[in-house]
Design a binder for this molecule. Sequence first.
Ligand code: MN
Ligand code: MN
Length: 314
Amino acid sequence: MFEPTDALAAPRFTGIRTFARLPHTTTLDGVDCAIFGMPWDGGTSFRSGPRFGPEAIRSASALLRPYNPAQAVQVFGNLSCVDRGDSPTVPGYITETLGRIEEYVQPIVEAGVVPLGMGGDHSITIAELRAIAKVHGPVALIQFDSHTDLWDQYFGLPYNHGTVMRRAIEDGCIDTARSVQAGIRGPVYAPEDVDATASYGMEFVPWRRLARMTPEQFGTLVRERVGTGPAFISFDIDFLDPSFAPATGTPEPGGPTSHEALEFLRALTGIRFVGFDVVEVAPQYDGPGQQTSLIAANVIYEMLSLLAVERKNR
Ligand code: MN
Ligand code: MN
């Protein structure tokens, strides 16, 4: 059982930073969930910076404690988790980077361990989904994001953080009939962009719709869509309002609070998760309290909590 350093024995500000002060190891034996970084921002279209996302999230995660009262579940100490370090990336070479991330994630999935990736800009999600789909087949995508990331190209080229979900669908990594995109808002290029999610057969829950739903209603909608098959949560930190998460590449005002975001996530119990990621944290734009990295660390904690709840109920 891999679990964090005891903060009642060694102060939280001591030691080498890993996610939640978990052991840093590349072993997959006896591991339920492997957390890793993908330090990459070559797919951004506006502000760059998420190559430093993993280290910032790790630093902010030192405050996480083992028991989650909101889910009444023991997270650490029940779920065996490690910080596997960072995937390889090649600055400036997106296709090479995506290939190396896929190779890095593949053995994690093959070992039956749940991968939890810290971005990195959103372009890297396709590398994780390719590795996961090879083992599990197409997955249900539950995407929290202020954008659909379904555009066909940027600057005439296919790989970018704004095209990642379209490429993943074309690659057969996503079971669109079981998928949901939630939180979308802000201006787009044309009216067709608003219909993009539904045109692929996915459930479209723009923020103006989600804002009128309770977390319980959202949880029911997602569970009905996803069913019993494998599912993946991709959480773009720009899902949150920029007042709560300013440190991101393409912020969209008028979104959820940290509380609302955590509640919508907590509602997703009863789903078979085979992977997660949290992307688009660009810490250079954060406030002095590092609020974006802090909420990103807590989003990851809620993902781990969902795994722990499933394990408990199994
Ligand atoms: Mn986004
Ligand atoms: Mn995105």
